[in-house]
Design a protein around this ligand. Structure first.
Ligand code: ADP
Ligand code: MG
Length: 626
């Protein structure tokens, strides 16, 4: 863009003062924090040089909570107060996690509470508070190593997270005192880390096998616009399952009835199994030392081939969602351009082998699979905070499902269509149905289908105080606003009185992964090729940006730098572009925006010269060259 933004006198910032932006991978098992330094993304280590922070928090009766490795160590002896995998509970209602609760060792507070809370030695804690502790620890790590205050963060979340889970993640960040610039989908972050957003169009599978969860996403990347075509997975499948199988194998060797019911011993065996598994990615054989309750220990040899046999069922199980995601996206293995490997468990050699054999495509494994999500988040954070030049593509996410309201006849009127790039604001006018109607009930729904009953209900609210009028004469504007994180707020305003009500559509806590997946699947069935629509949306946004910048520069000092002819040429260009933005011809909008940009170059360079002159006024040129 030709116009330079010139800052006001006294407000100019030191060009060397970079704003600190970080990316956070808030994982179920491990969390990481990364930043971009000298153009390169780096993951920040703790004081002992470790990159991972185990997502485990231990609450104690006295003293502050332990976070990370010390908490992980304590979990063997103090499981009730040591909360792991809080991500599984975040944004969920008590009712949603009934079956999960049975598998967890914790005591839950008051069954009837809407949000589940775990009773700890330091009082009840929700998943949001536990996550906030983890985020706080990462924030401290960054502030210590970067020596400054963080300007903003990007936090990653699974692609299937619903509004409630996203909102809860943001709430946790707020508790930790972080300024969240954007929530980013984990698979998208991984693709960004590999620079796949910079390349030409492509379709990639992101295979993410972590400690306790498996996710596979099929992404369509096109000029910085990311579209999730399908997501599938298993929320109870991961490295922990490998550990369990290996531990069982180890226990076969011990052959002691009493031991197999000693839960502390079993937890210890799981830890030994995990250590052995991790060692076997480097070595072909390892010695597991199993601590027995009597203080003695048993050494058992485990080789890689044996381990591969033991854990094979876990890996095979991941291929089921892989198949499903392809089917849901309506794609064939041949359509996939590459597989991005994410998550610590993809270090296991036989995982890589099996995935490669399944897709018959190139695996992306160069970036550390533990770090790849955090790295992508850091790159995005660096762009969002403005440390990179504007021509570096800002990636845009799209709305996965259309948003609308219920109208007469239990029909849905869509206000924001699926695949609109976010952030986005759209409004539509509605009117009353009956004579003298003084209230209107607004039902916000999400989905692709025509009937309300086929869509998901997001919120209901009422606009009251409409002056009594004949049916059809009131004018009520309903506006939908989706912010960069995909969170929706809806407002309704009556024109004559100006009365207004507004809701932030906060979660409807409690869609299951399956339900979200199902909705995505349904929407895909209905999606025809609307890449064009997206490109058009992008061009419009760009055109509006150009118009705004030139218009405001004209208002400030157009008179000073332009003669009447030049000025009216520019105004003509602006008007032409304005007119075109209403059309749906992306190509001509782009052309007009480029033309206008070129037309403004003279103006821009005169403004630039003048600003340099004013900076130098009263100074000697030598002062500047020093
Ligand atoms: P999450 O995304 O769930 O937080 P991670 O991506 O950090 O999880 O993955 C954690 C899992 O990765 C654990 O099960 C851990 O044992 C496994 N893992 C880490 N390093 C290795 C390794 N070298 N070999 C095998 N598994 C590993
Ligand atoms: Mg992860």
């Amino acid at each position: 863009m030709a116009l330079l933004q010139i800052s006001e006198p006294g407000k100019s910032t030191n060009p060397h003062e970079r704003r600190l932006a970080v990316g956070i991978d808030l994982g179920t098992t491990n969390s990481l924090i990364a930043t971009v330094r000298s153009g390169e993304a780096i993951v920040l280590p703790d004081e002992e040089g470790r990159y991972l922070l185990p997502s485990v928090v231990r609450f104690r009766a006295e003293g502050s909570p332990q976070i990370g490795y010390p908490a992980l160590d304590a979990s063997i002896n103090d499981p009730m107060n040591t909360i792991a995998s809080s991500k599984r509970m975040i944004g969920r209602k008590t009712a949603d996690i009934k079956s999960l609760r049975d598998q967890l060792p914790y005591n839950f507070d008051d069954e009837s509470a809407n949000v589940p809370r775990i009773i700890t030695a330091d009082g009840p804690r929700s998943a949001i508070e536990v996550s906030a502790e983890i985020l706080t620890a990462l924030k401290k790590r960054a502030e210590t190593s970067l020596r400054g205050n963080l300007g903003g963060v990007v936090i990653t979340v699974p692609a299937y997270f619903d509004d409630a889970q996203r909102q809860a993640t943001k709430d946790a960040a707020k508790l930790a005192g972080l300024n969240v610039m954007r929530l980013l989908n984990e698979p998208t972050a991984a693709a960004v880390a590999y620079g796949l957003d910079q390349g030409s169009e492509g379709i990639y599978a992101i295979y993410d096998l972590g400690g306790g969860t498996f996710d596979v996403s099929i992404l369509h990347l096109n000029k910085g616009v990311f579209e999730v075509l399908a997501t599938a997975g298993d929320s109870a499948l991961g490295g922990d399952d490998m550990d369990r199988l290996i531990a069982e194998w180890l226990l076969d060797d011990v052959d002691d009835e009493e031991l197999s019911s000693n839960s502390q011993f079993l937890r210890q065996a799981m830890v030994s199994a995990r250590t052995a598994k991790e060692a076997l990615t480097e070595n072909t054989s390892t010695i597991v030392s199993l601590k027995l309750p009597d203080g003695s220990s048993r050494e058992i040899v485990l080789d890689r081939t044996t381990m591969d046999e033991i854990i094979a069922p876990v890996i095979d199980k991941t291929l089921i969602p892989c198949r499903r995601s392809l089917r849901d996206a309506g794609l064939d293995k041949d359509d996939i351009d590459g597989i991005v490997m994410v998550g610590g468990s993809t270090r296991v050699l036989s995982v890589k082998e099996k995935v490669e054999r399944f897709f018959e495509k190139k695996l992306y494994t160069d970036v550390d699979p533990d770090q790849v999500v955090a790295v992508g988040a850091a790159i995005q954070a660096d762009i969002l905070i403005g440390n990179r030049s504007a021509d570096e593509m800002l990636l845009l996410d799209v709305i996965p499902l259309s948003l609308g309201i219920e109208i007469m006849g239990s029909m849905v009127e869509k206000i924001i269509p699926r695949n609109a790039t976010i952030p986005v604001t759209r409004a539509q006018e509605f009117t009353t149905y009956k004579d003298g109607q003084t209230a209107m009930s607004i039902h916000v729904v999400q989905g692709e289908r025509e009937l309300v009953s086929d869509c998901r209900s997001l919120a209901r609210f009422e606009l009251r105080g409409i002056p009594p009028m004949a049916a059809g004469s009131a004018r009520i504007t309903v506006s939908f606003k989706v912010d960069a994180d995909g969170l929706l707020s809806v407002s309704a305003r009556e024109a004559t009185t100006g009365i207004e009500t507004q809701v932030d559509v906060k979660p409807s806590y409690g869609l299951t992964d399956e339900e979200v997946e199902q909705m995505l699947r349904d929407s895909i069935t209905f999606a025809n090729d609307d890449i064009k629509a997206r490109l058009l949306a992008e061009q419009r946004v760009e055109a509006e940006r150009v118009i705004l910048a030139i218009q405001s520069a004209l208002d400030v000092d157009g008179d000073k730098f332009l003669n009447d002819d030049e000025r009216s040429e520019l105004v003509k260009g602006i008007n032409k572009l304005k007119e075109l933005t209403d059309s749906d011809n992306a190509e001509s909008i782009k052309q007009a925006a480029n033309d206008l940009n070129q037309l403004s170059e003279v103006f821009a360079s005169r403004r630039m010269d003048a600003s340099i002159r004013s900076v130098m006024a009263g100074h000697n040129i030598n002062e500047f060259s020093e």
